[in-house]
Each structure stands twice: as C-alpha cells, then as structure tokens.
Design a protein around this ligand. Structure first.
Ligand SMILES: [Zn+2]
Length: 57
C-alpha cells in the first residue's frame, strides 16, 4: 500500500522493503503526520543503506 516508490538519491536504486534507510526531509510546519507518505513523496530524499554508510553524520 505504499504510495511512493522510494529511490536512493545517491545511486538511484529502488529502496527495498525492510531496508534500513536515511531520509532527509524538512519537518512539516503543520501539526500531525497524517499525510506523511504524501509529504515524503514531495519533500523526502531517501538514501539507501549502502550509500548512507559513506555519509558521516
Ligand atoms: Zn544508494
């Protein structure tokens, strides 16, 4: 029931279900996370586990 097909912003690989990922996003201004999937589709940038290992946080 995923609304989005997340892809890694670095390597462009599709994110697999159950994969551990990083999401870079802006925190919503309005209250509530009811439309989080739609919001992620617009604002979210996904980074797969492989690429996230190369990023120092
Ligand atoms: Zn990647």
């Amino acid at each position: 029931m995923a609304l989005i097909t997340p892809k890694c912003m670095k390597c462009n690989n599709e994110i697999k279900g159950d994969e551990k990922i990083l999401v870079e996003m802006r925190y919503p201004k309005r209250k509530g996370f009811t439309e989080i999937k739609a919001f992620l589709n617009v604002e979210g940038k996904f980074i797969c586990e492989e690429c996230s290992a190369e990023i120092k946080i």
